[in-house]
Design a protein around this ligand. Structure first.
Ligand SMILES: C[S@@+](CC[C@H](N)C(=O)[O-])C[C@H]1O[C@@H](n2cnc3c(N)ncnc32)[C@H](O)[C@@H]1O
Length: 280
């Protein structure tokens, strides 16, 4: 079904047995995968994928690939990072081509660095394939120009919780408030009330616009708007299982001008022709 332009002159690099590729799956829309990622999925023997990776993307797995769920969703237990690192190493030592498929970009709040360090320490060859991080993909999909000339010369990516689920203790919110007009928060649904209060205390305008981008780039994409003053209350109404990116700053308002004509439909999965015919 996927009709890519004829690209026979594009030769993918060797994916050697016994190696692990840490692959970014992007924010959800299969159309936002890289060609490298699609090629790796097609050639992998085993794919360990995050829970957040869309089923549509997993359909790109080659016929011999075995799929294993590796990641955890908000509020649900995962298999644990150390056990996951060991699993990657064990699969590579079996001589398999291993894809570790991670939501967004593997190295942006995704613990890909920890997995790469474990592979390096175990002497396993690996490759890191970047993906479109939610901070880039979700904002584009919601027609929010992250940095817009004249409004924002800087944007800063921040995580709203640490490994215990609490507000990271090592973040200086006064410095963050002053550092960039646009603040992009990952994993901050549970802490945005405290973050907004800290930003207001540091001088940010309580009327500043805030966007909550949930399930961005998927058919379930939903945008909710708030101000810094109301952000905590709006967050309380969003299910914690919905992956949500929070954007604070002046460029959020540009979505009001751009949104009406902006097209953001993702690639869809339809049944193969023979299945439709059989079901008719
Ligand atoms: C563990 S972090 C992983 C981030 C990922 N490595 C990336 O580069 O996007 C998960 C968080 O990313 C954000 N996120 C990921 N996918 C998203 C999506 N489709 N829509 C909105 N936010 C998303 C949410 O803040 C979510 O809680």
């Amino acid at each position: 079904m996927l009709a890519l332009p004829a690209a026979s002159h594009l030769v993918p690099p060797d994916f050697a047995p016994g190696s692990v590729w840490l692959v970014g799956a992007g924010p959800g829309d299969p159309g936002l995968l890289t060609l490298h990622a699609a090629s790796a999925l097609n050639r992998a023997d085993v794919i360990l994928h995050d829970a957040l990776v869309a089923p549509e993307i997993l359909t790109l797995a080659g016929p011999r690939a075995r799929l294993e769920s590796a990641g955890k969703r908000a509020g649900q237990p995962g298999r644990g990072q150390l056990a996951l690192n060991e699993r990657l190493i064990a699969l590579a030592r079996q001589g398999l081509r291993v894809v570790r498929l991670k939501g967004g970009d593997p190295l942006v709040f995704g613990r890909g660095g920890e997995e790469a360090l474990a592979l390096a320490a175990a002497g396993i060859p690996f490759r890191i394939l970047p993906g479109i991080s939610a901070g880039i993909g979700a904002t584009a999909s919601a027609a929010i120009p992250l940095t817009h000339r004249g409004l924002a010369h800087a944007a800063i990516f921040v995580t709203g919780h640490d490994r215990t689920g609490e507000l990271p203790a090592d973040l200086d919110w006064t410095a963050i408030a002053c550092a960039a007009p646009v603040i992009v928060l990952y994993m901050a649904l549970g802490t945005i009330g405290a973050i907004a209060a800290a930003l207001i205390a540091a001088g940010r305008d309580p009327a500043e616009p805030v966007a909550f981008l949930s399930d961005a780039t998927t058919p379930r994409q939903k945008t909710r708007r708030a101000t810094l003053a109301t952000a905590g209350a709006v967050a309380a109404g969003i299910p914690s299982r919905d992956p949500t990116l929070i954007v604070i700053g002046p460029t959020v308002g540009l979505a009001d001008l751009l949104g009406p004509l902006h097209e953001s439909a993702p690639m869809r999965l339809v049944p193969p022709p023979q299945a439709s015919a059989a079901g008719a």
